[in-house]
Design a protein around this ligand. Structure first.
Ligand SMILES: Nc1ncnc2c1ncn2[C@@H]1O[C@H](COP(=O)(O)OP(=O)(O)OP(=O)(O)O)[C@@H](O)[C@H]1O
Ligand SMILES: [Mg+2]
Length: 510
């Protein structure tokens, strides 16, 4: 945040002062952070009063002021110094995902004010030298954001959202973490419907944009993959001619965005090509499916050994490399930062190996068909390796006698929000598990979609207990605890709402 008076903030957001005079507002400065959780408020802070599931932020205004907030951004007077923005009739925001409990429009009004404040701060900081980097794509935004933070940190101060804080609340909140000392602001831009990415980009227009892929996440809400592509294209469209758009051209829908921007286009790919600027040499995976490749940029090359798991991370890493190179990093510096960047955000391909050589891949944060396929391939790869090697023992010993095949388990729950394609996509995942030779598929849940996954596996040729349906995560855990054997490798994955993260943690903790 930039230090600002209450009066200036009121002017930016178009709010009225309450419980504070104009004279006081002109000399009262917000010097702390902007928070929506009263417990996070510190001295000099600004508190956002938002409606929540169990309580309304307006009821915590006094607590926030007691904790040091100098004012509250609210939809009605709250008895302590406030900037009040009025709800528009009928403007309740129940759709953005940021405010499920906005019944009277007060949340929408406060969020709109927050967006205005973030936009004003971003404009001022950019004029002062801040570089904003926006990342969009159906899968891998958070993974790439974490890699970006790693490659940009050696170049200057980086602000990035914690976890996957990427919606209409998390985005402006993250923008307001930036200060005059910040060099790079990394923003994850998610979309649930057309216009979402454009709206986020309008708050903080990136000078560098990354488009990772166009998949099928939230297909149910968008209706078609074309609509998803158009929404992702809102990011390159928002980048000015002076900026750069980084496109992962291995995805044809992303490659097609090259002519949808005024900015310079930098193309990344797993393969060299006449128009490709940054690419990877042949990719190999180590025993825990961590990719290794030669990173090429122009006529330079260097070796990269990623510390994150799964072949799908190559595209994410290439995009992060292209951003860092654009920001002035040297190729070797980029390679070193990428190679040192382990998993950061929880429950995304978090790999743990127990003392009995059982490896657990906790990828329970979310699931869509693309990330399911990516995770199953990583599981299949790890299962081909020798367990002791995977646990880090015997490194350097000849693998020939040791190399065995590990039993693999895929513990899969529902992929949410797939709309009309839900049955087909779950069926396809069941079939893929069989084609990848996964030893045991545990289908968690008994609804129509999970039935389709189990049925797909059976139709593809699984037999006996190879595919098992269980009621819930507890039943899956009980089954695993009685049947897991040393050396097995287990993937746990579903949409977040299924709650398989705790199952994976219980497996690791044993
Ligand atoms: N490029 C990719 N292609 C396919 N799957 C990917 C890719 N990158 C990451 N994933 C997988 O997708 C899942 C979500 O990853 P991540 O959290 O990075 O994505 P996201 O785009 O931030 O998701 P969200 O929309 O929920 O914020 C994880 O299972 C991860 O392993
Ligand atoms: Mg995310």
């Amino acid at each position: 945040m930039i230090e600002m008076t209450i009066a200036r903030i009121a002017e930016i957001v178009g709010g009225e002062l309450a419980d504070i005079t104009a004279e006081q507002a002109a000399v009262t400065w917000v010097t702390g952070t902007v928070e929506f959780d009263s417990r996070a408020v510190g001295p000099g802070g600004l508190f956002l009063a938002l409606p929540g599931a169990r309580s309304d932020g307006h009821d915590f205004a006094a607590t926030a002021v007691a904790a040091g907030a100098v004012a509250v951004l609210a939809a009605r007077p709250v008895g302590v110094p406030a900037i009040v923005v009025s709800p528009e009739p009928g403007a309740a925001d129940t759709e953005s995902g940021a405010l499920e409990f906005d019944t009277d429009g007060s949340g929408a009004a406060v969020l709109a004010a927050l967006a205005k404040l973030a936009a004003a701060v971003a404009t001022e900081l950019v004029a002062d030298g801040l570089t904003i980097i926006g990342v969009t794509g159906s899968s891998g935004k958070t993974s790439t954001k974490d890699l970006l933070a790693a490659v940009l940190s050696p170049l200057g101060q980086v602000i990035a959202p914690p976890g996957s804080f990427n919606n209409e609340l998390g985005h402006p909140w993250t923008v307001l973490r930036a200060t005059p000392d910040t060099d790079y602001l990394i923003l994850e831009m998610s979309a649930r419907r057309p216009g979402n990415v454009a709206a986020l980009a309008a708050i903080a227009p990136p000078q560098i944009a990354v488009v990772l892929n166009v998949g099928t996440a939230h297909l149910g809400e968008f209706g078609s993959r074309e609509a998803i592509a158009q929404t992702k294209a809102e990011l390159p469209q928002a980048v000015p001619a002076s900026g750069v758009v980084i496109l992962n051209v291995d995805d044809t829908a992303v490659a097609a965005m090259a002519d949808q921007t005024a900015a310079r286009v930098v193309r990344v790919s797993r393969e060299p090509g006449s128009q490709v600027d940054v690419w990877a040499g042949p990719v190999t995976l180590d025993e825990l499916a961590r990719p290794r490749f030669t990173l090429h940029a122009g006529d330079q090359e260097t070796e990269v050994a990623l510390a994150v798991h799964g072949d799908h991370q190559v595209g994410n890493a290439l995009c992060a490399a292209a951003v860092a190179l654009r920001c002035g990093a040297g190729l070797d510096q980029v390679a070193a930062a990428l190679s040192g960047a382990g998993p950061v955000s929880k429950h995304r391909m978090q790999v743990s190996t127990r003392s009995d050589d059982v490896t657990v891949i906790n990828d329970a944060y979310n699931a869509n068909p693309d990330s399911m396929r990516a995770a199953l391939k990583a599981l299949a790869w790890m299962a081909r390796q020798n367990p002791a090697e995977a646990a880090g023992e015997h490194a350097g010993e000849p693998a020939i006698d040791l190399r065995g095949k590990r039993r693999s388990w895929a513990v899969l729950g529902e992929m949410a929000e797939l709309g009309d394609d839900a049955i087909t996509e779950h069926d396809a995942i069941g079939r893929l598990a069989v084609r990848l030779d996964v030893s045991r598929l545990i289908v968690v849940g008994t609804g129509r979609t999970m039935n389709a996954m189990h049925h797909g596996a059976v139709m593809e040729g699984s037999w006996g207990s190879e595919s098992t349906m269980v009621d819930d995560a507890d039943a899956a855990l009980a089954l695993l605890q009685s049947e897991l054997q040393p050396g097995d490798v287990v993937l746990v994955k579903a949409s977040n709402s299924v709650g398989l993260g705790a199952l994976a943690e219980a497996l690791v903790a044993r």
